[in-house]
Design a protein around this ligand. Structure first.
Ligand SMILES: C[S@@+](CC[C@H](N)C(=O)[O-])C[C@H]1O[C@@H](n2cnc3c(N)ncnc32)[C@H](O)[C@@H]1O
Length: 316
């Protein structure tokens, strides 16, 4: 099994070693096993107490987490969960725990006008709608097939009339919605290194440095667009499911430099043992000192690798 790790691109492994010299072994071992599943309560349809009862009645092997609240680790087979009425009725949503952290960092509150800029298949869109009532949410997706998945998830979770869903390229929000939103989530298209799984060669077979470069160029365009669509005083959460510092800390550093005096970085606070601050430098480039305010989620058997940064627009 150990040797299986070497099926992953050599250069990728070198980069992980450079990033995490102390826990390299633990991290690369997470690529050998499929992540264990988790699900969360959809508060618009059920309460935590109700879901606890229904899960017990269905004899599911679960463990409730203190954080994020309303989340259960699933130690039973997914098919067993899928046979339950609470699953069919959209009272719960199956999602990796790391992905659930992002809407928590966004902190939607009633009255917020929110943009989910890269929304499909809607794990985070439906979570935002589940945790905050009376918000005005616009969800945008560029890919037609993924847009339909987003619509299906919104419907299953009971939110089909609770969001404006648009199929369009997110880069145009700068023209279509200038200074419109209190909060924007940019869960960016990325090189998705956090999803590498050894038994799924498609997940890592296409990895190369050029893919990271391509992702960087899309992310810059989307971050620029998000800046213009954000109100003064508004907040932007940027996340990726990748390790690559080019798409993470270097992107934050680039954004802070480009919108100097217009954007500030806010600390991402998460009560987790496996979350760490951002790295200080990469490939000879030292980042602005506050880039450390971001959070990296270190993968384990439940958590996927994730990166989360939060900004405030302080001037137009
Ligand atoms: C990381 S996924 C989003 C996952 C989603 N936020 C969730 O939690 O379910 C990135 C999404 O961005 C979409 N995308 C890529 N480029 C885009 C663009 N220019 N405008 C809008 N969406 C885009 C992709 O099709 C993909 O669905």
């Amino acid at each position: 099994m150990q040797d299986e790790i070497y099926k992953l691109p050599k250069e990728f492994l070198h980069r992980i070693k450079a990033l995490y010299p102390h826990n390299y072994n633990e991290i690369v071992h997470t690529f050998l096993k499929k992540k264990l599943l988790a699900f969360r309560v959809n508060y618009s349809k059920a309460s935590l107490v109700e879901i606890r009862k229904k899960a017990a009645n269905a004899h599911l092997k679960i463990k409730e987490l203190k954080f994020p609240k309303g989340t259960f680790l699933l130690n039973s087979d997914l098919r067993q969960l899928q046979k339950t009425k609470m699953y069919d009725d959209g009272e719960i949503f199956v999602q990796n725990i790391s992905s659930m952290l992002v809407p928590i960092v966004l902190s939607p509150v009633p009255g917020d006008k929110i943009l989910d800029l890269c929304a499909a298949p809607g794990a985070k869109t439906t979570q935002i709608l589940s945790i905050a009532e009376n918000i005005d949410l616009t969800a945008i997706e560029k890919s037609r097939t993924r847009y339909y998945k987003l619509l299906a998830n919104l419907k299953n979770q009971g939110f089909e009339n609770k969001a404006t869903v648009l199929i369009m390229d997110g880069i145009w929000v700068r023209k279509k919605f200038p200074e419109e939103f209190d909060k924007i989530l940019l869960d960016a298209p990325c090189s998705a290194e956090g999803l590498f799984y050894i038994l799924n060669p498609k997940s890592y077979g296409y990895w190369k440095l050029n893919k990271i470069k391509e992702a960087v160029s899309k992310q810059k365009q989307l971050l620029n667009a998000a800046f213009y669509a954000l109100k003064e005083g508004g907040e932007l959460v940027y996340s990726t499911c990748t390790f690559a510092p080019e798409e993470n800390e270097a992107m934050v550093d680039w954004f802070l430099k480009k919108y100097k005096d217009k954007i500030e970085l806010l600390p991402v606070e998460l009560e987790l043992d496996n979350a760490c601050s951002g790295i200080k430098h990469w490939k000879g480039n030292r980042f602005r000192f506050n880039v450390q305010y971001v959070k990296r989620i270190i993968p384990d058997k439940y958590f996927e690798a994730f990166f989360i940064a939060k900004f405030k627009k302080i001037a137009a």
